[in-house]
Every structure is written in C-alpha cells, then in structure tokens.
Design a protein around this ligand. Structure first.
Ligand code: C5P
Length: 224
C-alpha cells in the first residue's frame, strides 16, 4: 500500500538527496517544495519586487495569480524540474542570490497558502515523497512517515558551498555560512508555519550518518 512520506528539516541537511533516493527506490513521486518557494523568489527578483534594499510585498502578493509553477519530469535526471510560467528555471533557482531572498518570500502567508494548496493537490494520490519545512506539520499532518533531518550549521554550509563551487559559482564559505544561518533564523521565527519538528517525526541527525546509512534507515522504517 502506498504511503505519504514527509521529509522536513533545516537548509542543506541533504533532504532532497535522501528524498529522491527513496522516491526512486519505491517508484514514488518526489516533490521539492523548496524549489517552488525559490521559483516565487526568482519571479520577485525578475520583476524588481525584491532587491537587497527593499521588498515590495504587495506587488508580489498581487502577482500571485500570474505565477504558474509546474514540475516536469526529466527522464535523464530522474526527477521533476521546476518550471516558472513555462520556463525551465531549475538552474536559476539554485543560485546564492535566490537563496538570499527566498526565506523572506516564504514568510508571506499568501505565498505559503498558494503553495501549500498546490502541494496538497500533488499529494492526494499517495505514493509521494515531499521535502520542505512544513510538510509533516502543515501540508500532510496525516503522513504515514515523517522524517526530520538535522545536522550542524557548519556541516550544512560546507555541503552547500561544495555544491555551489562544483557548479562554478563564485562564492566564499563565509557567505554561504551566513546565508544558511540567516535562513535557519527566518525559517524558525516566522509567524506563519515556522519550522518545527512534528511530534510524530523521526529525527535523523546526519552529521554522523552517510548517505547510504540514512537511506537504509528510512527503508527499514518504510518496510516495517
Ligand atoms: O529546501 P530549500 O533550501 O531549497 O528551500 C529554500 C527556502 O524555502 C527555505 O530556506 C525556506 O525559507 C523556504 N521553504 C519553506 N517551506 C518549505 C520549503 C522551503 O518555507 N516547505
């Protein structure tokens, strides 16, 4: 019988890597909700609603009906890529610039309710692995399996830094570390659905577990 798997946790805890691996193994659909918030942040940047100096929240809120978000499955990659108004933005949404604005965009209740509604719709058929910050608490409080991933800010910043450097991004470790800490702060302190572990979630601290160990741990739980 197919179930719903909710994976939440802080930035760069390896949520998406684990979620993808589980989804592929079980033949489930994988949904990266962070990509959706990132696409909305990109939209706000493209329209000049958000810069390092100001944030015109009202214009973004008024534009929400014109923001179309879709995942289109890429066979070669084995997961759905993010499309913003029919344009593939999978690469653009991963830049440090988008990362620096995304948590501010994700604080807005109107943004959250639009995305949460879409996420609930995507998961209504079960057989889904969804990762984010509020999946086990808000999107699928009834999920059969909830996982909460943690690891130290340094470990996480190092992971994100390595990824960005591998892609050829020109960033410093300090910049990435600061961004990870800033996002943790905003994500845990926002008024609307702050990042908290669901009471019935299983916590995985992956500072001490490698990818394969995390995967095996989750599979054992799923099979039980
Ligand atoms: O998972 P990722 O790091 O790509 O998410 C980017 C940002 O989007 C997070 O830092 C958080 O502010 C926001 N987010 C959220 N709720 C989710 C997923 C992401 O607020 N379910």
């Amino acid at each position: 019988k197919k179930i719903t798997i909710a994976i939440d946790g802080f930035s760069s805890t390896g949520k998406s890597t684990l979620a993808k691996q589980i989804a592929n193994h079980l033949g489930y659909v994988y949904v990266d909700t962070g990509a959706m918030y990132r696409a909305v942040a990109l939209f706000a940047m493209q329209n000049g609603y958000i810069t390092s100096e100001f944030f015109d929240k009202d214009s973004l809120i008024n534009s929400l009906p014109y923001i179309k978000l879709q995942f289109k499955f890429n066979d070669a990659l084995g997961f759905g890529e993010m499309y913003l108004n029919d344009v593939n933005v999978e690469t653009e949404i991963r830049t440090i610039e988008v990362s620096s604005f995304v948590s501010k965009v994700a604080e807005i209740s109107e943004v959250r309710s639009k995305l949460v509604e879409q996420q609930k719709e995507m998961g209504k058929d079960k057989g889904i692995v969804m990762d984010g910050r509020d999946i086990g608490t808000v999107v699928f409080p009834e999920a059969e399996l909830k996982i909460f991933m943690t690891s130290s800010a340094t470990t996480r910043a190092q992971r994100r830094y390595d990824e960005l450097v591998a892609k050829g991004d020109n960033v410093t470790f300090e910049e990435v570390f600061k961004n990870v800490e800033e996002r943790d702060y905003i994500d845990t302190h926002r008024a609307d659905s702050p990042l908290v572990m669901a009471e019935d979630a299983i916590e995985i601290d992956n500072s001490h577990l490698d990818r394969e160990e995390q995967f095996q741990l989750v599979l054992e739980i799923v099979i039980d």
